[in-house]
Structures are given as structure tokens and as C-alpha cells.
Design a protein around this ligand. Structure first.
Ligand code: SF4
Length: 398
């Protein structure tokens, strides 16, 4: 796993491509695609003290100078993940009286949490976890299915790398569920952490601020306009709670929610938000980050005492901006100060709701044949498995 999921593997593929070029066998080259997540971009921007768009242009430039063909932003695939989470929640909420494990729905984008749940709480907790794939894995489906077909390639002719804020994303990419048996390839071939990108800059002997920037922050996967950077409201871990809450309030109760008023519970990483309709609590959502808060939620579910309808669970305290693969502070700056700067940079982009994007609606039609098709289920959802023992970075951490 360590060799397969590292920058060394990316260098090896790029070297093979160069050799094929010199041998006159360019047609045998793999198309190399890198998908960068917004949390990693914010961490690099903070270290090099540049704005988020400039960081994206220079990261794009860095990968292109190494020989990468296309650089994407995973905010695009996150739109699918948010939309599918909202729809899944509505289905579960409506089934809550007849289906015991429908509610609370537990967010699924954090592989640190998923590994822990599969290993420690197995069959009891797994049915509560949302089946929606994470942005990384939806990007995997988009690249290896949609993009491959558009470029007239098979999935194994594309080498897909993601840049992520934690090492647990490597485990996620390695799951059997995301392996294509026919073409013997993964949806995400290699995951490199933010810190590993920084090491690559060291190896190349260049600082990010000296890299020739690309004109565009990223390439467009769909329409020419889809290479603009944007964010989603709701915090540095993807905004799952905020999106699902607003969507459910509108769909189920016709209530438009502008701003969410959280109540902080035991600590900053444990908050809740409630929607009352005619004096009755209709929606009660929580955000639980870090091991202690997660344990608290899991124990409540096991005892049948969890009053939440949805919980955004993330393994890292403070969420993904503070992931284990992010860059550490330089001398003279505390972790807290750095995290604050990363957070500000992350939130400096204009935000939009997933439904604002015409590209997503078009892709549901062009790629998936509609929003509730078998293909949409296959490309955008997954499943979980009870496991005896798992070799996880999390074992060390937890
Ligand atoms: Fe990775 Fe931490 Fe985010 Fe989970 S919370 S996806 S472990 S960075």
C-alpha cells in the first residue's frame, strides 16, 4: 500500500510515459490525471502565503511541468456527494417509522471514521452510515468512467491521483469496492497527501511561489466554465450537515433556511442545530468531530438514545482542514494560528449550493441517464463491511 500509494508511484508512471515518448510509442502512454481537494490547496496556500486562486494556478502549473495531463478540483465531485446525501436523507427520514436503522443517518465522507466503524462497531452501526460515496471516490467514478469514455480510453489507460489532507484517504482508495475487476484498475490509483506534494516540490528544488502558474486554476471536466474555483457553505469538512439540513427543511417542511444557528455542546467539535415547526422538533442534526465525540454518538445509538436525525462525523478534531496529511506550522506559529489561516483561505472563495451548477444537472443526464438510475446508484453509492481486523493508520491514532 505504501509504495502503491505514494508520490514515488506517480513519479514512476510519469517516467514510463517519458520513456514511451522517446521510444516513439506515445499511444501507449497513460493519461495522468490529478484531482486536488480544496483542503490541501488551502494548506499549501497558507504555507506559501499566497491566495487560494494563485495557489491553485501554481499547483496546476507544478503538476503540468512534471508531465501530468489534467488537473481537476474535487469540489466538482463534492456536488454529487452533497446532492446524493440530501436525497438519501429524505428517503431515510420518510422510512424512519418502519425501518429501524434509517435514522440517524451518519455521514460517510471520512474514511477514518468508516474504518473505525467497520472494525469496532460492525453490523450494528454500519446500516446507519450513508451509502453516498465521498468526493474522492465520486471523482474516481467520473474520471475512470465518464472522462475515460469521452477520451476514447479504457479505465486502465488513465492513471488517477488525488491530493488529500489525510492518509486514511489512501485506505479508502484501496477498498475492494472501488476496484474494477474487468480492467484491473482502481477508481483512484494513488493518493498523495498535502505534505507529500510539498515533499515533491522539495525534490524538484522549487518553491510553490516560483512555479510558473497556469492561467486556469484547474482543468474543466465538463463544460468550459467548470474550471472556476468555488466553495460550499458549511465548514472545512465539506458542508454535509449544512447542505442536508437546508435541503431537508425545504423539501420536507417548505422552510427556507438562510443561516444555521448552532448550539455548542461539550466542546467546539460537538454542536447541534434544530428545526422546530409548529412548536415540534422536526429536524435535529449534530456535528461530531474527533474520537471522544464520535464515541459519544455511537454509544447513544447503541443504547437507542440518539435523538439526532443526521450526524456529520469526522475523525479529526476540527475536521479535514486539520487532517493528518496537512502541512505543519513553521517555527514561530502555533498549530491553532495556522489552522485559522487555512480556514480563512478555505473560506475565501465564493460559495454556491450544488443545485446552482448546470453542469451537474447535465451530467446526471449525459453520464448517468438520469438521477435515480441503476448507473447513478452504482457510480455514486457504495457499501460497508464488518471487518475483523484492519491495518489502518487509525489503529495507531485511536
Ligand atoms: Fe481525513 Fe480527518 Fe477529514 Fe476524516 S476528518 S477525511 S481522517 S482529514
Amino acid at each position: 500500500l505504501i509504495t502503491q500509494q505514494s508520490q514515488d508511484e506517480l513519479y514512476r508512471i510519469l517516467e514510463e510515459n517519458k520513456n514511451l515518448d522517446t521510444q516513439g510509442s506515445a499511444d501507449k502512454k497513460k493519461t495522468v490525471v490529478v484531482s486536488v481537494c480544496p483542503q490541501s490547496r488551502a494548506s499549501l496556500a497558507a504555507k506559501y502565503k499566497i491566495g487560494i486562486v494563485e495557489a491553485a494556478q501554481r499547483i496546476n502549473g507544478f503538476f503540468k511541468r512534471l508531465g501530468v495531463d489534467l488537473v481537476f478540483d474535487t469540489s466538482f465531485s463534492r456536488e454529487f456527494s452533497l446532492i446524493e446525501s440530501g436525497k438519501e436523507f429524505i428517503r431515510r427520514y420518510k422510512a424512519r417509522d418502519t425501518q429501524k436503522s434509517a435514522i440517524p443517518m451518519l455521514a460517510s465522507a471520512c474514511p477514518g471514521w468508516i474504518c473505525y466503524a467497520e472494525k469496532t462497531h460492525g453490523s450494528y452501526i454500519l446500516p446507519y452510515i450513508s451509502t453516498t460515496k465521498s468526493p474522492q471516490q465520486i471523482m474516481g467514478s467520473l474520471v475512470k468512467d465518464y472522462l475515460a469514455k469521452r477520451h476514447g480510453k479504457t479505465p486502465d489507460q488513465i492513471y488517477h491521483v488525488t491530493v488529500m489532507p489525510c492518509y486514511d484517504k489512501k485506505l479508502e482508495a484501496s477498498r475492494q469496492d472501488f476496484y474494477n475487476d474487468v480492467y484491473r484498475t482502481r477508481d483512484v490509483d494513488c493518493v498523495i497527501s498535502t505534505g507529500e506534494v510539498d515533499k515533491m516540490l522539495d525534490v524538484e528544488g522549487i518553491s510553490l511561489v516560483d512555479v510558473e502558474p497556469c492561467k486556469e486554476p484547474c482543468d474543466s471536466l465538463f463544460s468550459p466554465q467548470s474550471n472556476e474555483l468555488y466553495g460550499h457553505p458549511g465548514g472545512g469538512s465539506g458542508g454535509y450537515l449544512e447542505h442536508v439540513y437546508k435541503y431537508a427543511a425545504q423539501e420536507l417542511f417548505g422552510t427556507h433556511i438562510g443561516h444555521l444557528s448552532y448550539k455548542t455542546l461539550r466542546n467546539q467539535d460537538f454542536k447541534e442545530v434544530t428545526l422546530e415547526v409548529d412548536g415540534k422538533e422536526e429536524l435535529k442534526f449534530a456535528l461530531a468531530y474527533g474520537f471522544r465525540n464520535i464515541q459519544n454518538i455511537v454509544q447513544k445509538i447503541k443504547r437507542g438514545k440518539c435523538q439526532y436525525h443526521f450526524v456529520e462525523i469526522m475523525a479529526c478534531p476540527s475536521g479535514c482542514l486539520n487532517g493528518g496529511g496537512q502541512l505543519r506550522p513553521d517555527d514561530g506559529e502555533s498549530s491553532k494560528e495556522l489552522l485559522q489561516r487555512v480556514d480563512e483561505l478555505y473560506n475565501s472563495l465564493e460559495t454556491r449550493t450544488p443545485f446552482q451548477s448546470n453542469d451537474i444537472h447535465q451530467l446526471y443526464e449525459d453520464w448517468l441517464g438520469g438521477s435515480d438510475t441503476e448507473k447513478a446508484q452504482h457510480m455514486l453509492h457504495t457499501q460497508y463491511h464488518e471487518v475483523e481486523k484492519m491495518t489502518s493508520a487509525l489503529n495507531l491514532k485511536w
